[in-house]
Design a protein around this ligand. Structure first.
Ligand code: FCB
Length: 480
């Protein structure tokens, strides 16, 4: 148990704010992803994805859970969208499941699968909610994995073709598109650490996947541009964490922090800007050269209309002689004695401010939107049917205050999407970590709006004057 330290909310944070402070054009929303919410994993012609496969592997997922049902969004979307409308949420970011649309990854379209997204888009619009579509949120068709998946250069063309299928069908109604969700995570966790699908643990697989994902990010942007009306806004999303040396001032921790920053925060961003891979700070990335073909350098940049910034925590980095090539590892929040969430992630809202500053500082950076931000805490439903999740509420309030702080300092950030609308399947962590503004009882699929969801509703209605400072609330569920 811990009360948030005062330093957690720096003096420059606006002490209070309301929706009006962000201006009328600021985009507010919530985010989800297909595999984490839809369930119906083999319904109506859907093909298998690498996640359908991975969750069936031995001990891949905590509690041996799968997302076969998840939050049952495939069947419950009309009532979920009703709830979103009641909460006054104007923008909804979700992803399409590639294997629902193209069961074999390429080739014939599964009409019923594509029809689902068509109805979902219409359902959003009918309720006054703007759909924001992520083309790829980690669920590669298993049929493509059998051909090497992200390690096969052909994935660039596969992704472009799939993106165009979506664009041709939905492009008359979907204005906002995102090519990839967090390439650093699906390449790193999926190909180097083996903790996400497809469960590879190979430096070569990671490097190949990294180069192909970087190419696919840009080529996917071009494929969308070619297929969409000129008014479409095309973006992509990046994971990021503000990094600080574990022992500030110690040169080897400082160098390790720069190396980790190049890999965790810059790797996919800089090639998109035409800056190439950040090899100077992370020489290990020179090994990408093996996968780079003559024309690739010219193909890596793409002028996105926006970048989605996705931030949950900060990390402390220390030099390590035991991690070859990277020579760094992360010192966990528990070890550092700071408050952390159910994911073990440090509660540190200022990280979002620092990352917005870092991304906004690139010359020619496009506009930024926070396309994911949130926190997992264990929730309790009271007998009266309330979920008093003050820790999550305090976290969101502080983070949104940090967005305003960056915006007031001139960072071109003009959107904020909370992760997530409802509780859902948190990848390798299963159902235990709860990120939703809406609670789900998985035994009954009953939805209960959490206090944080009510708070977000009041904020969006312009009724809430939020204190960005702690305001006496403690993150009582955060553990120290
Ligand atoms: C991000 C993912 C998202 C969700 C959150 C908690 O890395 O994009 O799907 O799992 O983390």
């Amino acid at each position: 148990m811990s009360t948030l330290p005062a330093a957690f909310f720096p003096a420059t944070t606006p002490p209070t704010y309301s929706r009006a402070d962000f201006g009328a054009d600021f985009q507010w929303g919530v985010s989800t992803a297909a595999y984490q919410t839809e369930g119906s994993w083999n319904a109506e012609g859907k093909g298998f994805s690498i996640w359908d496969e991975f969750v069936r592997g031995r001990r891949a997922i905590k509690g041996r859970e799968t997302a076969d049902v998840a939050s049952d969004f495939y069947r419950r979307w009309p009532t979920d969208l009703d709830l979103m409308q009641q909460l006054g949420i104007p923008n909804f970011r979700f992803s399409a499941a590639w294997a629902r649309v193209l069961p074999a990854g390429t080739g014939p379209v599964n009409t019923k699968g594509l029809d689902f997204y068509d109805r979902l888009v219409d359902g959003c619009l009918a309720r006054g909610i703007a759909p924001w579509l992520t083309v790829y949120h980690w669920d590669l068709p298993q049929a493509l994995q059998q051909q090497g998946g992200w390690t096969n250069r052909a994935v660039v063309g596969w992704l472009c073709d799939y993106a165009q299928v979506l664009a041709h069908r939905l492009g008359d109604r979907v204005q906002h598109w995102m090519v990839l969700n967090e390439p650093m995570v699906f390449t790193g966790a999926g190909h180097l650490l083996g903790i996400h699908a497809p469960g590879r643990r190979s430096l070569g697989a990671f490097l190949a996947a990294t180069h192909h994902a970087t190419l696919a990010q840009a080529e996917g942007g071009r494929a969308l541009r070619a297929a969409l009306p000129s008014s479409a806004q095309i973006g992509t999303t990046f994971s990021c964490s503000y990094l600080t040396p574990w022992r500030p001032g110690l040169p080897r921790d400082e160098r390790s922090t720069r190396r980790a920053d190049a890999i965790l925060n810059r790797l996919f961003v800089e090639p998109a800007l035409g800056l190439g891979y950040p090899t100077a700070d992370a020489p290990l990335l020179n090994r990408l050269a093996r996968y780079v073909q003559p024309d690739d350098e010219a193909r890596l940049p793409f002028s996105f209309d926006f970048w989605g910034v996705q931030n949950y925590t900060r990390e402390a980095v220390r030099h390590s002689p035991y991690v070859p090539l990277l020579w760094a590892n992360l010192v966990g929040a528990a070890r550092r004695g700071v408050p952390y969430t159910q994911m073990g992630w440090e509660v540190y809202p200022e990280s979002l401010y620092h990352m917005l500053r870092q991304f906004g500082a690139y010359p020619h950076a496009p506009r930024l939107l926070v396309t994911e931000n949130g926190a997992a805490f264990p929730d309790v439903v009271t007998p009266e049917g309330r979920v008093p999740d003050e820790a999550r509420q305090a976290y969101l309030r502080a983070c949104i205050g940090q967005v305003l702080r960056a915006r007031r300092e001139g960072v071109p950030v003009d959107g904020y999407f909370a992760w997530s609308f409802t509780d859902n399947f948190e990848w390798a962590e299963g159902y235990e970590p709860r990120f939703g503004l809406v609670h789900i009882d998985y035994a009954t699929q009953q939805r209960t709006v959490k206090d944080s969801g009510r708070w977000y509703q009041r904020l969006l209605a312009g009724e809430e004057v939020a204190t960005a400072a702690n305001g006496g609330l403690s993150i009582s569920q955060a553990t120290v």
